[in-house]
Structure formats: structure tokens, C-alpha cells
Design a binder for this molecule. Structure first.
Ligand code: F0G
Length: 352
């Protein structure tokens, strides 16, 4: 058996990369599709629910699938540095793949709005991190201008190779289920992932008649340009990963949702955090807040009676690991009890 070598190798015939690409991989992808029966029951039951746990990628988010492709292309054409704007996960991923390729990385992040685990990752992998006193959207405009003017390869999802790599999540879901699910729920920020997943499902449907899911794309209420129908100047949400007011692939996302017979909706921060906790406590799957948005959207639709899930097979893409954003959990809890190192003291606390 050939050992697993990452998504470029596994799906080499399905990803449209130029000849010159030189593979840079951290063996990303191949993430588990975990059945979530307890959560399905909690949401009313009568349907099958699976979590595609993308937090188990090498840098802790789905971004690695597209980054392996973008950095492989950049390296192959002789680029020596990459640049991106990021709410955190793209930054960590770009920095890691650039490090592995022996390239430099520059990442622009919105000041004070990036979760600790993501910033730490970008720094650990050796990125030049610059904070912008503005939003992700401002940072994206700046990196586009920078990459047009200087020899820096842009690795945001407007880079077409990011989309190619990210199609692999859809391929894996179909391979595991041996068909496409009825519904796919996922968070939407800059809208690269929903665009890529839809492209992947369509490609598999053409090649393997695997069927097509309906898409439920979910934004946070305070950062919901695709639901409102206009850009949001000052996006705000606890789910900082999707705190985006002008999604680069917004049009494609709307088109994908429509073509699939699905929709893009918005959920409150409270619903996102509630779902993050439910998923951790009922299934043992801890994801960052943005990653719970897809499921929070599903829960809202079910409780409002807008969604008939009976007999359906539903997959939720959970995009990033909970460890990326530990503060969001710890800030809500009091410091754990301290006891002296004696059994009676422990019994006193636990059995009282
Ligand atoms: N979930 C997480 C954990 C993310 O980090 C992102 C995007 C999304 C969902 C939304 O995906 O942008 O393809 O619609 N994060 C980007 C970043 C913007 O910079 O890391 P999308």
C-alpha cells in the first residue's frame, strides 16, 4: 500500500494544477467523518448527522487543503514569498506551508481580532505578522495591492489553486458515504470554502454520479453580507474567523447555494456559542466558534420548521479546532477549584 501523501497526491487526477507545481504537503486532508447521533437526537432526531472534522488538519483548520495546492504552485514557479490577509486560520496555514517550502510568509490580520491559537501558530511557523488597524476586508484589499506591485504570491482564496485543493473535502465526504449527502451545512466567511465544496461535488457528480447535496451556508448575524444583500462596513461577531463584510467569492457562494436548491442564512452569536458547547458536550468534538455556525444554522432551521430533515443524511463541515480559540471557553468559566494534595480534601469537593 502506498502511504498517504496528502490531498494533491490522493486526488491528483481531479485537481487542476499546472505542470510546474512542486508538491509541498503536510499530509493534510483525510479527516474523519464522525457520526453525531446524540446531537442529531438533541435536534429532534429522525435524520443522520455527520461531522467532517476539519480541525484535524495539520494546522488545525480546513485551510491546509487549499494551501498545499497554492504553495505547491507558487514554489514550482519560483516564488520566494507568499502573502495573505487573514482572520487567523489562513495565516497559520500559509505560514506553515511556506516554512515547509523554504519560502517567506507575510500575513496581515485585523488588529486584536484574531484568536490566540491562530496568531501563535503564524508566529511559530515564522511568518512576518502585521496587524492592520481595520477589518479583514481592509487587509485583503492591501494584500491584493501588495501582490500586484511586489513579488509576493497571494494565497487568499481568490488564488484559484486554493479552490482546487479545497474541493478535496467534498471528494472525501462522497468517498466515505459512497454518495453525496442530502444536505451540507457549513460556515461562510470569505466564501471560498462553499465555492470549492460545490465545485467538488459537481465534479464528482459528473464523474461518478454521486449526487449533489443542497447547501446550507451560514453567516454570523453581525457579519452577514450575503444574507443582507450588501457589504457590511463594520462586521462584528464572536466567531472572528468569519468576521467578514465583503466576501471575495460572495457571488459564487450565492450562486452555489441557489444552484443546489439550498440557501445562505445568518445565526446569532448566542446560537453559535450554544452549538459549540452542545457539540463538545454531546459528541466530544470541540470546534472553534465559526466552525459551529453551520450546525447552529441547521438547528435554527429545524426549530423554526423551515427544514424537513426526516430520513435525510446531513453533513456539517466543522472547519477549525476548538484549541484555536481557547479564550472563548475559559473566559466564561470560573477558575477550577484548588485542593490540597489529600484524598479527604478531594472527597470533600467531589462528594459534598
Ligand atoms: N471557518 C473557519 C474556522 C475559518 O477560518 C473560515 C475562514 C471560515 C470558516 C470561512 O471560510 O472564508 O472560505 O468562507 N477563514 C479565513 C481566514 C477568512 O483568514 O482564516 P470561507
Amino acid at each position: 500500500m502506498i502511504p498517504y501523501q496528502g490531498v494533491l497526491q490522493r486526488f491528483s487526477s481531479l485537481l487542476d494544477l499546472p505542470e510546474h507545481a512542486r508538491p509541498v504537503s503536510l499530509l493534510e486532508g483525510d479527516t474523519p467523518l464522525i457520526p453525531a447521533a446524540s446531537l442529531a437526537r438533541e435536534l429532534g432526531g429522525g435524520f443522520e448527522l455527520f461531522i467532517k472534522y476539519e480541525g484535524l488538519n495539520p494546522t488545525g483548520s480546513f485551510k491546509d487543503r487549499g494551501m498545499t495546492a497554492a504553495v505547491s504552485e507558487a514554489l514550482g514557479r519560483g516564488a520566494s514569498a507568499v502573502i495573505c490577509a487573514s482572520t487567523g486560520n489562513t495565516a497559520a496555514s500559509a505560514a506553515a506551508y511556506a516554512a515547509r517550502a523554504g519560502m517567506r510568509s507575510v500575513v496581515l490580520i485585523p488588529q486584536g481580532k484574531v484568536a490566540t491559537g491562530k496568531l501563535a501558530g503564524a508566529l511559530a511557523y515564522g511568518a512576518r505578522v502585521v496587524q492592520v488597524n481595520g477589518s479583514f476586508d481592509d487587509a485583503l484589499t492591501m494584500v491584493i495591492e501588495m501582490s500586484n506591485k511586489h513579488p509576493l504570491c497571494l494565497v487568499n482564496s481568490i488564488n484559484p489553486y486554493r479552490i482546487e485543493g479545497q474541493k478535496s473535502a467534498a471528494f472525501e465526504v462522497c468517498d466515505t458515504l459512497e454518495t453525496a449527502p442530502d444536505w451540507l451545512c457549513l460556515p461562510v466567511g470569505n466564501a471560498g470554502n462553499i465555492t470549492a465544496c460545490w465545485a467538488g461535488f459537481k465534479q464528482y457528480e459528473t464523474l461518478k454520479s454521486s449526487g449533489l447535496p443542497q447547501l446550507l451556508g451560514v453567516q454570523a448575524e453581525g457579519a452577514a453580507p450575503l444574507v443582507l444583500g450588501h457589504p457590511v462596513e463594520h462586521p462584528e461577531t464572536v466567531a472572528t474567523a468569519i468576521r467578514i463584510g465583503k466576501p471575495a467569492r460572495g457571488e459564487q457562494a450565492l450562486q452555489a447555494a441557489e444552484e443546489s436548491g439550498g440557501r445562505i442564512i445568518a445565526v446569532s452569536d448566542a446560537a453559535i456559542l450554544k452549538m459549540q458547547q452542545a457539540l463538545a458536550r454531546l459528541e466530544g468534538i470541540w470546534v472553534e466558534p465559526a466552525s459551529a455556525a453551520g450546525l447552529a444554522g441547521l438547528a435554527d432551521e429545524l426549530s423554526a420548521g423551515r427544514f424537513d430533515a426526516r430520513g435525510k443524511r446531513i453533513v456539517a463541515i466543522c472547519t477549525g479546532h476548538g484549541m484555536k480559540d481557547p479564550d472563548i471557553i475559559t473566559q466564561d468559566f470560573t477558575c477550577p477549584t484548588v485542593v490540597p494534595p489529600r484524598l479527604d480534601a478531594l472527597e470533600e469537593v467531589l462528594l459534598r
